[in-house]
Design a protein around this ligand. Structure first.
Ligand SMILES: [Ca+2]
Length: 466
């Protein structure tokens, strides 16, 4: 009798657990993705002058990840990788010549690729893309063709579509450093229509956030996925009147402080709607600071290198995960990547990740919930069609190195440069001579990885023929 009762109670517990699982609303997801933000540009990541109280609070309440990587060192490949969980080399979103898409590009993220938005839609999520897209501008490549219910934003970089015709490089640079809205004829789009051209970039950070808050309010009673890809702090820098001359760090600091204030508005909205415990918010950037523009570019802090390159400063990003009540607050030094967002969101939403293709991401929920270490041990640093470097555990081997920009040729190293990133995050001390066995192991991992990648049609080199 006692046995029977026990079995009955166990069964009852199982049934109610299953019911709770299926009734439970899956969490909302918000990705706040900056453009060209450096590892050292936030207060909570060591910037001595830029004030970022809202992001610092987010970091204190959530997890501050110190070894979190964008999947590439430039915009288009990095964004394609975040949304698909796949390296650009697998999706065709890479190039050795034109490193990103331009307004005259004919290609884009292929329809056959499966984005986070498409996966979450199968579970009834409302989805919105707000901000910079940069994954194709022909009608068949716009966000609503990739699982987003709506789009609002500047579809490519805010320095494209130059006005004023041909001009000497020095004059272009002068315009970049002293920007006016009319120097760039960039469109602001709603869904598939152009709303405004040139877009008033001085209010762009605020207006993206207004749209984000509207979307959250409109979808507060069902699960949602918001991809908020800010155009700032990509050059040319713009901020609203309210933030002019406010930061001790100058124009760049004004821009970051405005981003911070707007992250605060978004988190406050979640708190007011009592959705903060149901929403996982991730803050990161697509690549490191654009070092070509002196003090108007950001800072990679203690990291070597910048946007466009495969030293740490090009791809390691200041990253914060936030979901009060669920995430175990703290600092995470394990390795993570934007490639991991797709598998992580799938796991949390109860959606099956695609199994008909190779994915390059891992489910990070054990780390988020304080229950385990990151499953990611390895990070691959591709530049166009070539694998330049590989991190495995604490060690990173550079097989090829090259300046971020300019005509300098790539250098292939017979013995790769080797750094211990735990001891030497600045990649100053080459320890290759001391660790031949580590080099052999990383070389084996690199060769195996390269062998498993089938050739794919390049999307970035195709241009519209007029
Ligand atoms: Ca970028």
């Amino acid at each position: 009798m006692k046995m029977l009762l026990r079995s009955f109670l166990v069964l009852l517990a199982l049934v109610s657990f299953a019911a709770a699982q299926s009734n439970q609303r899956p969490p909302n997801f918000v990705v706040i993705f900056c453009d060209d933000l450096g590892y050292g540009d936030l207060g909570s990541f060591g910037n001595p002058t830029i004030r970022t109280p809202h992001l610092d609070r987010m970091a204190a309440e959530g997890q501050r990840w110190t070894s979190f990587y964008a999947a590439d060192s430039v915009c288009t490949p990095s964004r394609a990788a975040l949304l698909t969980g796949r390296l650009p080399i697998r999706t065709g979103m890479f190039s050795d010549t034109r490193r990103v898409l331009f307004p005259d590009s004919a290609g884009g993220l292929p329809a056959s690729e499966i984005t986070i938005a498409e996966l979450l839609k199968t579970r009834g999520y409302a989805t919105a893309a707000i901000g910079k897209w940069h994954l194709g501008f022909q009608p068949e490549y716009l966000p609503m063709k990739q699982g987003f219910d709506s789009y609002y934003g500047i579809p490519y970089s805010n320095d494209m579509d130059w006005t004023g015709g041909a001009m000497p490089a020095a004059k272009r640079r002068q315009r970049m450093m002293n920007p006016r809205i009319e120097y760039w004829n960039v469109p602001l789009m709603r869904n598939e229509e152009i709303l405004e051209r040139p877009a008033d970039q001085t209010t762009i950070t605020k207006r993206y956030t207004d749209e984000a808050i509207k979307f959250i309010n409109a979808n507060k009673s069902k699960p949602f996925f918001l991809y908020l890809a800010h155009s700032m702090p990509h050059m040319p820098l713009f901020r609203s009147k309210e933030f002019e001359g406010k930061s001790a760090r100058g124009l760049y600091g004004d821009v970051i402080e405005e981003l911070d204030a707007n992250v605060g508005r978004l988190l406050d909205t979640l708190r007011q709607l009592k959705l903060d415990r149901d929403t996982l918010v991730v803050f990161t950037s697509d690549n490191g600071p654009w070092a070509l523009f002196d003090e108007q570019g950001g800072s990679a802090g203690l990291l070597r290198g910048a946007k466009g390159g495969t030293y740490e400063g090009g791809m390691r990003e200041p990253t914060i995960f936030w979901r009060p009540g669920t995430l175990k607050p703290g600092v995470v030094t394990d390795i993570g990547s934007t490639l991991d967002l797709l598998p992580t969101f799938c796991a949390l939403a109860g959606v099956k990740a695609p199994t008909d293709r190779a994915l390059d991401g891992y489910d990070l929920t054990p780390v988020l919930h304080g229950k385990g270490r990151s499953p990611r041990q390895t990070m691959f640093y591709w530049r166009g069609s070539k694998l330049y470097a590989v991190r495995h555990g604490a060690f990173k081997a550079h097989f090829i190195t090259q300046a971020e920009y300019g005509g300098e040729a790539a250098v292939t190293h017979a013995t790769p440069e080797l750094y211990n990133l735990d001891h030497d995050p600045s990649e100053k001390w080459n320890v290759a001579a001391k660790h031949p066995e580590v080099i052999a192991e990383i070389r084996r991992i690199a060769d195996e990885h390269k062998k498993a990648i089938p050739p794919v049609e390049n999307q970035l080199d195709k241009r519209i023929t007029k």
